[in-house]
Design a protein around this ligand. Sequence first.
Ligand SMILES: Cc1ncc(COP(=O)(O)O)c(C=O)c1O
Length: 496
Amino acid sequence: MKREQAWREQNGQTHMPLYDKLEQYGNSDYYPYHMPGHKRKKCGSLPEQILKADITEIDGFDNLHEAAGVLRAAQETANALYCSEETFFLVNGSTAGILSAISAVVSEKGHLLIVRNSHKSVYHAAYLRHLRLSYLYPAVNEMFGFGEAVTPEAVRAALDSEPDIEAVLIVTPTYEGRIANVKEIAESVHAKGIPLIVDEAHGAHLGFAEGFAESSCTAGADIVIHSVHKTLPAMTQTALLHINGKRVDRERVKRFLRIYQTSSPSYVLMASICDAMEFLKKNAADAFAVFRRQYMQMLEDLKACRELCFPSADDIVSGVQDIGKLIIGTKTGMRGQWLYDTLREKYHLQCEMAAGKYCLAMFTVADGAEAYERMTQALLEIDALLNESCFRSGQCQIAVSQQRTEKSLAVKQGEIRVPFCEAWDSEWNLKHFSEAVGCAVGEFINLYPPGTPILVPGEILTEELYDRIRSYQEQNLNLQGLVKKEGEDFIKVLEY
Ligand SMILES: Cc1ncc(COP(=O)(O)O)c(C=O)c1O
């Protein structure tokens, strides 16, 4: 703190944005006899501008793990914006926040209630802390097959049946943008005297303007984790962890942040978080109003489609669907991967992901008119193509015939033979995938993205899951967890 004050006095600075401060330092005559090894000089192909701003915890630049100066002020700006009581910068994505939050609020070997379609980092935290997991299985969206947001009723029922649960973790908005009733869930969780962690990785943009859902920071959650990089103008890996209330031991959260995060946090990334916060401070109301208007206009224009389908504008207005996640499906059952490939190859529109029945395009406040025009134009053209009878009798027919066997992306209640943590540490054998139905698996099987498990170690590979995984393979979706040997698929199975 003393060093920080001295630097400020010396440089006559109090509230200079972090990036400006880095730039000023980069242009000064201070010579770096310190890390990083590039010494702020161009030595490869990276632009010098980036390297000049890439410093370590030198005088005047504070220390993320003991923030008392410029980084503390920056974190306070973020917590004021989100109306949280305390906010921490994360330079290793929401992943680091989820690991720290779970480790801090649940005792070792304790019991945690999570949604079954949680991000893999939730499972990794459970593994590291040897936790016992209970699952909430969200309903399946009928049109697209993904999991809906979890309901307060489901949370209450689970809490009533398992009295030793120490904390609850929910995901909202989901990868596909479905939004939970956090207020009611928080009340139910708090009624049991335990904390609620909200994985709001996809919701850093919430709560800043009318027409967007409320942020979980003000809806009653005890810990909220935001990937700034997912839905705000910020660099990859940037994220925030917010804490509210007295149910969470903040010293334990800080301890685990120190354990899971690097001791050399990137100032370029932290400056990017600051930039995003400045953006929110200065432009949020206007920028989000424009974002909403453009997005809703696109949905209106896409109503002309006869074969393609999208989430309804009513879902957005009623607050169950987030703005920005454009889910694109077809009434004929044309595969998500086909839509994804067509948008990419023919129109040079790179979507976020392809799933069984849909592909997902993301829009944020950083998109201008071109983003909406190009997507609308492309989708109207694809829709017209799907309507052409010649096309129907060609490639499209394959997809129509496959529609009947199409399986849902949502996770259904599965049979658990071995608890997850024990299973992941157990001996496994490789078995030919086609002979493994009925076995307990020894490794996660998931699609990436979104990185939520189809099978968790210890769960049984059922006939239905086998078919579903095979159908993902046929569609060339990015499936992780099987082992390829001499062109054949194998799977790790347990000897239980
Ligand atoms: C729901 C959810 N939570 C957490 C994460 C992890 O976020 P990050 O990539 O910022 O570590 C993701 C990543 O895709 C996610 O989808």
